[in-house]
Write a protein that binds this ligand. Structure first.
Ligand SMILES: *Cc1c(COP(=O)(O)O)cnc(C)c1O
Length: 484
């Protein structure tokens, strides 16, 4: 058991800091700033250190163990990324500095744009969006603008498969467009007949995730793109699953018109806990003029072979900025570092190992956990977290029981089209030993489901908090500690 948390550490007169000697003239503080009613804790340095270290150890993190949270690509964040992001020349920049003083940063942004263009097969890239969902909104706004600029005003609908991430319909609604949901077929692909039935002159475009959230490659992607283009629509690629494709397939090559990347997933920058992330958007040539500005370009007038000079460029029909200044620069530095460390061949190898690891784990579990679409998967697979002979065990019970073994649960109850879904994405950075250990735990839990179901129902037993009311916690969070 974890030791109980102690918050009341304050003792009158105890102190952990000695302020430096004053080197500016002393001034009176306004009375309104001097408040006796603030119960500031009086603690020593070691009290503070122990308190925060103890709190940090209650958290689970990729630096602690495997984190197979499907769809999230929780791969290891190499520490060299952090070293690069902390270089004073990057860390101490101010967004209002003159461009001539930040040429190194602009070089990095420009090069990252070029890398993402090469990885995705696109003609242009914006680095502004703050995360994947923000990239989706950006992309959908560009698609809408594209149709409007052609005088094609009646288009108001985005087609979204039923396996899609919730952000896809949400981004559509936020841009003022209608969502039409498309069913999946028996192999887990978009149902082509349903797509044909809805492909008409009202369609702004289709949003498609490939590999999709079942971890399956869309086998008919070429035909899907053809049908959408034929009705005048565009195809948005949700690039959250690029970890399966980088260096192997370029979405632009199959006709994807616009796609976001999640630097915090595919390109190994830290995430979880809400950010910051980064969701650059790549576009085909037909959409390049609508990119949010400014984008970084090489300024040929002020450059020569030895001295490239970079500047900002406002695309002529830009939808406008989607973020203040230039986006989350620190995340870009980390992603750039990751790409430079691996190189093109290394990125491809990472994708191949992500796919290999997911298929290995699937093969270790498929005789115990039902897998409804049981075919070669890409970077993740979706099993069912229930058993015919243990009917009152749910995916939630399995996930909570995993916590007792000191590992992180997979994503559960997503995608929505799988009953009691357990969505497992091991990523390429886990060794075979780690995968075997995780599979062994899941197999033991499947056994316990039959023999000791209450062990699962009451899990977690070892965590500092047991089962939470997660809905109330999200809707009515209590964010401030209150002394009892
Ligand atoms: C993570 C994810 C998103 C949203 O990306 P954020 O960076 O979390 O906003 C969209 N689609 C899929 C499939 C995802 O996994």
């Amino acid at each position: 058991m974890t030791e109980p948390l102690i918050y009341e550490l304050s003792a009158p007169g105890r102190t952990g800091v000695k302020p430096p000697r004053l080197d500016v003239p002393e001034a009176e503080l306004p009375d309104s700033m001097l408040r006796d009613d603030l119960p500031l804790p009086e603690v020593s340095e070691i009290d503070v250190v122990r308190h925060f270290v103890r709190l940090s150890q209650l958290n689970y993190a990729i630096d602690k163990g495997m984190y197979p949270l499907g769809s999230c690509t929780m791969k290891y964040n190499p520490k060299v990324n952090e070293v690069a992001a902390r270089l004073p020349g990057f860390a101490n920049l101010h967004p209002l500095q003159d461009e001539s003083t930040v040429q190194g940063a602009l070089y990095l942004m420009h090069t990252l744009q070029e890398y993402l263009k090469a990885i995705g097969g696109f003609a242009g890239v914006t680095l502004q969006p703050a995360a994947g969902a923000h990239g989706e909104l950006t992309g959908v706004l560009m698609m809408r603008r594209y149709h409007q600029a052609r005088g094609d005003m009646q288009r108001d609908t985005i087609l979204v498969p039923d396996s899609s991430h919730g952000t896809n319909p949400a981004s559509t609604s936020m841009s003022g467009l209608q969502v039409v949901q498309l069913p999946s077929d028996a192999r887990g692909n978009v149902d082509l007949d349903a797509l044909r039935a809805h492909a008409n002159e009202r369609v702004v475009g289709l949003m498609i995730t490939n590999p999709n959230t079942l971890g399956l490659f869309e086998e008919n992607i070429v035909e899907v793109v053809r049908i959408v283009h034929e009705c005048g629509g565009l195809v948005y690629g949700d690039g959250a699953n690029m970890n399966a494709l980088m260096g192997v397939m370029r979405p632009g090559d199959v006709g994807i018109d616009v796609m976001h990347f999640n630097l915090h997933k595919t390109f190994s920058t830290p995430h979880g806990g809400g950010g910051p992330g980064s969701g650059p958007v790549g576009v085909a040539a037909s959409l390049a003029d609508y990119l949010p500005g400014p984008v970084v370009i090489l300024d040929p007038e002020h450059s020569d072979d030895d001295h490239p000079y970079f500047t900002f460029y406002q695309p002529p029909q830009s939808i406008g900025p989607v973020k203040s200044f230039w986006g989350h620069f620190g995340v870009m530095v980390r992603a750039y570092t990751y790409i430079r460390m691996l190189g093109g061949a290394g990125l491809r190898e990472a994708a191949e190992h992500a796919v290999l690891n997911a298929n290995y784990l699937r093969s270790q579990l498929r005789d115990v956990y039902p897998i409804p679409y049981d075919r070669l998967c890409k970077h993740e697979f979706v099993a069912e977290g229930h058993f015919a002979d243990a009917p009152d065990i749910r995916a939630l019970d399995i996930g909570k029981r995993l916590i007792d073994f000191g590992v992180h649960p997979p994503t559960y109850y997503f995608p929505l089209i799988v009953h009691e879904a357990l969505m497992i994405e091991p990523t390429e950075t886990e060794s075979r030993q780690t995968l075997d250990a995780y599979a062994a735990i899941l197999r033991q839990i499947a056994e316990e489901a039959r023999t000791q179901p209450d062990l699962l129902h009451e899990a977690p037993h070892s965590a500092p908090v047991r089962r939470l009311d997660e809905v109330t916690a999200a809707r009515k969070p209590v964010l401030r500690y209150q002394r009892s």
